[in-house]
Design a protein around this ligand. Structure first.
Ligand code: EPU
Length: 337
């Protein structure tokens, strides 16, 4: 069943809390709903909004916003090694992580407390603390607005990379994700290599699923503002991937600069945008109703009542300062509409 809302304010549907409106919002719960709509008259302009944690509305959206409401969880197979699970798009991501930890299943515990819906998770291949959702996804099922068919893509076909997937590239404007299938393991496989994680887990008595989840929630809670309290969309920028020579030049000037290897690519290095912004002197910077978060410079915040335009103006200023100081371009991770 679908529900249609015309001329609707989006403030409660985006974690930045900006008060822009849209021509219409359609909540749908099946491929049938989408087939009816796209089969009759294809909207001239449309966008899929999950829980709204990674989208910034910068102006009135003169188009149709599709939001899934289907949220079932089905166990597809279950044996001594692990479980295959199918989860529909509107299922809350962290509710899934809590369920998985409660069931003794490994694979997504490091992705605790990420504000997201399950359907949005593969789009930008959500990742944190050394894990990415691509590590557990087996299949993504989507509605193809051109053929009106439901299509299933294997993990490989999704072309996952750092904050990237086919859904942000070739299938942008064509796919509406309906469900994600994942394989979760019963065999313990703690992934504690990132930053403070190992110490936080040891302080809680060792590498159990519960301790890892608690540790991750604690680390995130210290650095990342709760969008229910302070409007934000997590990391506003992606960590930039630069030529090795650029990283070497910067490392000779700033030996303490964090840098990370890029898997299967020796010619490029990933830098920490949060560090660059911080070093550019902008951590805690505030301009009216918007600012750079005081504990994590990668996060831009709405102190209340800001428009999307104000956030974008701040983002431009931040990337300009970083470029002036380091000669490195940083680009938004957040979808801008
Ligand atoms: N840093 C600073 N100052 C800051 C922020 C970071 O010096 O204000 C330094 C840190 O000390 C560290 C490095 O930069 O040496 C990296 O910082 P952090 O571990 O906090 O991670 P991040 O690179 O800033 C990424 C993800 C986060 C994810 C964390 C943990 C991106 C764009 N962001 O942030 O994801 O939680 O790693 O894995 O890749 C998100 O995508 O919304 C998000 C929050």
């Amino acid at each position: 069943m679908k529900r249609i809302y015309n001329d609707i304010n989006l403030a409660s549907r985006n974690s930045f809390g900006v008060s822009e409106s849209a021509r219409s919002v359609v909540e749908f719960d099946s491929a049938e709903d989408l087939r009816e709509i796209f089969g009759a008259e294809r909207p001239d302009k449309w966008y899929v909004l999950g829980a709204g944690n990674n989208t910034l509305f910068t102006q009135y959206y003169d188009g149709v916003i599709f939001t899934p409401t289907c949220s079932s969880l089905t166990i597809l197979s279950d044996d001594a090694e692990g479980v295959d699970v199918r989860v529909e798009a509107a299922y809350d991501w962290d509710t899934l992580v809590a369920w998985s930890v409660g069931e003794g299943l490994w694979g997504i515990e490091n992705l605790s407390a990420i504000p997201s819906s399950v359907g949005a998770a593969p789009v930008q291949n959500i990742g944190a603390y050394g894990a990415e959702v691509k590590d557990v996804i087996t299949t993504v099922e989507y509605f193809d607005v051109n053929t009106l068919e439901v299509v299933r893509l294997s993990n490989k076909e999704c072309h996952f990379a750092y904050r990237e997937s086919i859904f942000k590239q070739e299938l942008r404007g064509r796919a509406i994700i309906l469900a994600v299938e994942m394989h979760l393991s019963r065999l313990p496989r703690p992934n504690l290599g990132y930053g403070d994680v190992v110490n936080e887990v040891e302080a809680r008595g060792g590498a159990t699923l519960e301790n890892i989840r608690e540790a991750i929630c604690a680390i995130r809670g210290r650095k990342l503002p709760d969008p229910k309290v302070l409007g934000n969309a997590g990391s506003f920028f992606k960590n930039p991937i630069v030529e090795r020579s650029v990283a070497e030049r910067l490392l000779s000037e700033y030996p303490d600069m964090p840098s990370y290897a890029v898997p299967n690519d020796d010619n490029h290095v990933k830098l920490a945008a949060g560090w660059l912004i911080d070093k550019a002197g902008l951590k805690g910077y505030r301009d009216g109703r918007v600012g750079v978060h005081e504990n994590q410079a990668l996060v831009l915040v709405n102190y209340g009542g800001a428009t999307g335009g104000e956030v974008i103006a701040l983002a431009k200023y931040v990337s300009q300062c970083v470029n002036n100081k380091f000669g490195v371009e940083i680009s938004p991770e957040v979808n801008l509409l």
